[in-house]
Design a protein around this ligand. Structure first.
Ligand code: CU
Length: 124
């Protein structure tokens, strides 16, 4: 009996580890929908992008408000390759970049050197 309990505990622990590392959803921030119908999300830029995972809807304007709280040269530029956008982010200022994701899928954004990265998960 005791052996069965130990076995069950072991199986449960393995299942939990698998879930935690492979199946737990990446914590994504869902863009706020404004009265105008546009979607908006604030992204803090400081040694990375926070949040780095954003969830938004297809076909609606999406305003990415980059709030840069540093002057490290790494985050000088923001690049949204899928939208052909490369923009300078002024230190300690907010820069709004508006895009309209044309279709569902994953869109990436990164710094000018592709060291800092983020993703926009677009749903129908
Ligand atoms: Cu960089």
């Amino acid at each position: 009996m005791q052996q069965i309990l130990i076995l069950l505990a072991g199986v449960a622990a393995i299942a939990w580890v698998n879930w935690y590392f492979f199946m737990a959803p990446k914590s994504a921030r869902v863009a706020t929908v404004l009265a105008s119908g546009a979607q908006q999300v604030n992204i803090t830029v400081e040694g990375g992008y926070s949040p780095a995972f954003i969830r938004a809807k297809r076909g609606q304007p999406l305003q990415l408000v980059f709030d840069r709280k540093e002057k490290s040269p790494c985050s000088d530029e923001i690049v949204l390759g899928d939208f052909g956008i490369r923009r300078f982010l002024k230190p300690f200022e907010k820069t709004v970049i508006e895009v309209t994701p044309p279709s569902a899928g994953t869109y990436e954004f990164a710094c000018g050197m592709s060291m800092l990265r983020g993703q926009i998960e677009v749903e129908e």
